[in-house]
Design a protein around this ligand. Structure first.
Ligand SMILES: C[S@@+](CC[C@H](N)C(=O)[O-])C[C@H]1O[C@@H](n2cnc3c(N)ncnc32)[C@H](O)[C@@H]1O
Length: 201
């Protein structure tokens, strides 16, 4: 299969599909961190290349519910941030409506104000062998829901909650909370995608 991993610099999902013999390419405005097939640039210019499957990880900074405290500082809507959220939504929708038969768009829970289309399922890293929780939504077209492969019973939240989790004594995996490492995808989920979606059916 010809597989495009949109908005991926890590190469994690691309390499999982390449290992199964697929013609897999990642695309990001950043260079790839792992040697392999990679387009560096705007992914919107690469959607029309005859892909069978696209898995997309569009930026969530301005859409995510975790950023809601910046969207409503002191209870009032921050118009500039709202506009950035609308731009991010436009990009998300362009990927979701790409001219590709099988599509998975991945993002965390978004602020209701942006009214994204209804997601298909919510998955967790701890269902795929990683000892962390992080609500991860998938929007699927012509793909079956992803099935858990390795459920870990003991796990920690990856990100701090906005609702006083720290005060309640929750502990977090601080080294991966902010910045680039937090946006890297999970190998266990990438392998499940390649195993379960890497067929021509
Ligand atoms: C949430 S991160 C996803 C990272 C991914 N999970 C990984 O493991 O590499 C979003 C990515 O989208 C990229 N991006 C933003 N706009 C883009 C565009 N127009 N075309 C391609 N990539 C873009 C960013 O550079 C960033 O790496």
């Amino acid at each position: 299969m010809k597989v495009l991993i949109a908005c991926e610099y890590s190469g994690i999902v691309r390499d999982a599909f390449a290992a199964k013999g697929h013609d897999a390419w990642s695309c990001d405005i950043l260079p790839t961190e792992s040697p392999g097939n990679h387009y560096q640039g705007d992914v919107l210019e690469h959607l029309d290349k005859g892909w069978d499957l696209m898995i997309a990880h569009p930026p969530c900074t301005y859409l995510s519910n975790a950023g809601a405290r910046f969207l409503y500082p002191k209870g009032k809507l921050n118009e500039d941030r709202y506009k950035l959220g609308l731009k991010a939504k436009e990009f998300f929708i362009a990927l979701y409506n790409a001219p590709i038969n099988k599509i998975c768009v991945e993002n965390p829970i978004s602020s209701k104000i942006f009214a994204l289309p209804k997601h298909t399922q919510t998955i967790q890293p701890y269902e795929y062998g990683h000892p962390f929780s992080k609500n991860t939504r998938l929007w699927l077209k012509n793909l079956p829901e992803l099935k858990p492969t390795d459920i870990i019973k003991k796990y920690k939240p990856l990100l701090p909650s906005n609702s006083g989790g720290k005060k309640r004594g929750q502990s977090y995996h601080y080294s991966v909370i902010w910045g680039k490492p937090a946006s890297k995808f999970w190998k266990g989920i990438a392998n499940a995608m390649a195993d379960q979606w890497g067929t021509d059916g």
